[in-house]
Design a protein around this ligand. Structure first.
Ligand code: PAF
Length: 281
């Protein structure tokens, strides 16, 4: 596996690979890789000639009060995990490579960015869209792989790609979970042993709401109340949102039609840790 840090070297490598007719698969990450990331790399491996994993803790998507400086980092471990999952090129640019002096461009996607995360992290998706667009220009993927765990992010990236006619496909891969249901996330390391235990309530709440939908419940408020009631049975948790929405548009009708796929979306705070999860039914 090759490690590249320079933006120019990255672009040169992919342009040469493209000239040879190779299919490029890219897995954008912020590092501290876990089995969820490995599953994205493995998925990319199956359909690509060159698999690139990008590791960049993007300052632009963190608000000043968020966890940018303490975001976990372990490049040595990431290198081993990426290589054993089948990655060919690890792209680990510095902030200066991505945002050179004088950088002044922002990509701002409307609509799907507004609810949920958009309310609690109003600058977050501009940061995500801007860095993902830049990473796409540097790595020129045929396909880029994202985890469903960040559901709204997937919708935002898809919208950007479609609106700007970027010539690539976004592949959304299933969320990987621990055996007790907790969605894998680099941020899970922040949890104390007690909070780690409490965090399983997210998956339990999603399961109960899923069962309600499957037994015919289509009223949004009833589904959201069920999610909230279960989560708040656990002490020490506050809810940012516990919502049901249309899985494509993220619209929130009072009642879902029987054909509509519903996404259940959760964001909670446990101590100083913010966790998100979701389920499409
Ligand atoms: O999901 C992430 O890890 C990040 O938001 C991404 C897509 C790599 C952009 O920084």
């Amino acid at each position: 596996m090759q490690n590249i840090t320079s933006a120019q070297a990255m672009q040169r490598l992919v342009l040469a690979a493209r000239r040879k007719g190779q299919r490029i698969g890219v897995v954008p990450t912020m590092g501290f890789l876990h089995e969820g990331h490995a599953s994205l790399i493995r998925e990319a491996r199956v359909v690509s000639d060159t698999v690139i994993t990008t590791i960049f803790v993007n300052p632009l998507q963190f608000a000043p009060n968020e966890d940018f400086t303490r975001y976990p980092r372990d490049l040595e471990r990431d290198t081993r995990l990426a290589e054993s999952a089948g990655c060919d090129v690890l792209f680990t640019p510095t902030p200066e490579e991505i945002y050179p002096h004088g950088f002044q461009t922002t990509i701002s996607v409307g609509g799907v960015t507004e609810p949920f995360e958009g309310v609690f992290r109003p600058t977050h998706f501009d940061g995500v869209a801007t860095v993902v667009a830049k990473l796409f220009h540097l790595t020129q993927p045929d396909k880029a792989f994202f985890g469903q765990k960040d559901y709204q992010q997937c919708m935002v990236v898809k919208k950007m790609v479609s609106d700007l006619a970027m010539p690539l496909e976004i592949v959304i891969c299933p969320t990987l979970r621990e055996t007790d249901g907790l969605a894998m996330s680099s941020r899970n390391v922040y949890l104390s042993a007690e909070d780690r235990q409490k965090a399983t309530v997210l998956f339990q709440a999603l399961q109960v709401a899923k069962t309600l939908i499957q037994s015919g419940e289509r009223r949004r408020m009833v589904l959201e109340e069920a999610l909230k009631t279960i989560i708040l049975r656990q002490s020490g948790i506050t809810i940012d949102y516990a919502a049901a929405a249309d899985s494509e548009t993220l619209a929130q009708p009072d009642e879902f039609s029987s054909e509509q796929a519903v996404v259940l979306l959760l964001a909670v705070r446990l101590g100083t840790t913010r966790l998100i999860d979701n389920l499409v039914v």
